[in-house]
Design a protein around this ligand. Structure first.
Ligand code: GBE
Length: 491
């Protein structure tokens, strides 16, 4: 859709829902208040602050733990249909185990849920957004298969405590980031570099945890609570860097290794890991002298349990890559060597403050069509999409973020209206500036500006928050809309 077409006022279909998202470690603060236990991000930032670009941590972050009423007012003002947030496992179960429930942690989330509902905003809850209780990491973390059962114990507590009012659940946010970045390439807590080994073991446990949680909901809660359970996977779109056959294969392998890894077992009719992962990792493991494949195998029963174990497909998308067959010698064992793909982004794509974030809206339209074709047009809820400025940029006139949201929402609208992709919701990342993991506070994704030098952590609306609110109320993209108090961007 060109910018002029969008001005035809193409509207998002009735029933399409708009929201904003955050995550517990990134916004809550109160890291050790009211009985909360230590999680792996508390542990990492306190014991290895040098791993964070600005040496910061989420001890206070946006102090959202103490700002429920204020923040729900802002959400009301945005006019969102839902608010996606995550629950901190260690705030509910300080040791990670379900033998002791921290009532004050339960109270905090009950207050937030009840205030949202009182304001006609639906909670969309992510059960796990990276903040694993430290004691569970000390028994091996996600590569330890027992964690699948401990996660189900945690999920049961959430369904018991909140399931009467929470009707949409996401088990995991971004398994690839949790597993490959956490246990293979050391770019997320707990920063392990067991490349080609840790990530696959983590992913195996995570997928089984998800499937067992879905089964628990089906057997013990769905009839009375009538809710929905899904999973959210981040997908960077991958396309061939050239017309060559090699690069077409590379793009498909990039897709299968980076998000087919988690989507295929759940949404593909045949289930199980993508066949290219199975074959390439098995072959490489044997060639490298391993006695068994570095990629674990599911039993037939587990394959069946995983198939269809989701009521919607949660999709995080920010950007895309151009893919080519890997020609460099990589260390082995390694994920990149298993995948056999090198991926880049052309300089012609506008850059955000995050090195991996380039503006390429065609990517989300192609991705949505790929999901439609490959998985039989499942219901997709876009659970994150957003743009980053550098931490020291104070300007509230964030035209580049307005541009990003307009062009990506146009592409999504085209996928819905012209390509008939079954997309039912969109979530902007993020509600407010927050703690950006190893980047600390050096990158801002928020629709609201947060002053992290002020103890009160004041929130100030950026232009993009007004534009997004206008999209929600008019259900259309309008390049000429200039919110009160701001000046026109130079489109
Ligand atoms: O493998 S590399 O390091 O060479 C390239 C990394 C590319 N990924 C793209 C997806 N992004 C996931 C998005 O992560 C999401 O996006 C937000 C902004 O980052 C986070 O704040 C959210 O918590 C997270 O859910 C993390 C970085």
């Amino acid at each position: 859709l060109s910018k002029t077409q969008a001005q035809d006022g193409n509207q998002f279909p009735g029933g399409f829902r708009f929201g904003v998202a955050t995550a517990s470690y990134q916004v809550e603060g109160a890291w050790n208040e009211d009985g909360k236990g230590e999680n792996i991000w508390d542990y990492l930032t306190h014991n290895n602050p040098g791993a964070i670009d600005d040496g910061s941590n989420g001890d206070i972050a946006c102090d959202s733990y103490h700002k429920t009423a204020e923040d729900v007012e802002l959400l009301k003002d945005l006019d969102v249909d839902f608010y996606r947030f995550s629950i901190s496992w260690s705030r509910i179960l300080p040791s990670g185990h379900a033998n002791y429930i921290n009532r004050e942690g339960v109270n905090y989330y009950n207050e937030l849920i009840d205030t949202l509902i009182a304001n006609d905003i639906r909670p969309l809850i992510t059960m796990f957004h990276w903040d694993l209780p430290q004691p569970l990491q000390e028994i091996g973390g996600w590569p330890n298969p027992i964690l699948a059962d401990l996660f189900v114990d945690y999920a049961k507590v959430l369904f018991d405590e909140f399931g009467d009012r929470v009707l949409e659940w996401i088990t995991f946010n971004e398994p690839y980031q949790i597993c490959h970045q956490g246990y293979s390439e050391a770019t997320k807590a707990p920063l392990y570099a067991q490349d080609g080994i840790g990530g696959y073991l983590c992913g195996h446990t995570l997928l089984l945890a998800h499937a067992k949680t879905y089964q628990l909901y089906n057997e013990s809660y769905r009839e009375t609570q009538q809710g929905r359970v899904g999973i959210t996977v981040n997908a960077m779109w991958g396309e061939p860097a050239s017309e060559s056959e090699d690069d077409a294969t590379a793009a498909e392998n990039y897709i299968q290794f980076t998000f087919g890894w988690f989507f295929n077992p759940i949404y593909a009719s045949e289930g199980d890991y993508p066949s290219v992962m199975r074959s390439q990792i098995d072959a490489n493991s044997q060639a490298e002298g391993f006695q068994r494949s570095r990629l674990p195998s599911f039993t037939q029963e587990e394959i069946e349990l995983l198939k269809g174990s989701s009521d919607f497909l949660g999709l995080n998308h920010y950007s895309s890559y151009e893919c080519a067959r890997l020609t460099t010698d990589e260390t082995t064992p390694s994920f990149i060597n298993d995948m056999g793909v090198s991926y880049t982004q052309p300089d012609t794509w506008e850059a955000g403050a995050s090195f991996w974030l380039k503006v390429y809206p065609d990517g989300i339209r192609k991705l949505l069509n790929w999901i439609k074709t490959r998985y039989g047009n499942p219901e997709v809820m876009i659970t994150e999409n957003g743009f980053s400025y550098a931490g020291n940029e104070q300007d509230l006139q964030d035209c580049r973020r307005v541009n990003y949201y307009n062009v990506y929402l146009e592409a999504i609208l085209a996928a819905i209206v012209e390509d008939e992709c079954n997309v039912t919701a969109y979530t902007a990342w993020s509600f407010m500036d927050n703690y950006e993991w190893l980047r600390g506070y050096t990158q801002r994704f928020g629709l609201y500006y947060v002053d992290f030098t002020d103890d009160d952590r004041p929130r100030t609306p950026k232009m993009s928050s007004r534009v997004y609110s206008n999209i929600i109320s008019t259900r259309a993209i309008n390049w000429t809309y200039v919110p009160e108090g701001f000046t026109a961007c130079d489109w």
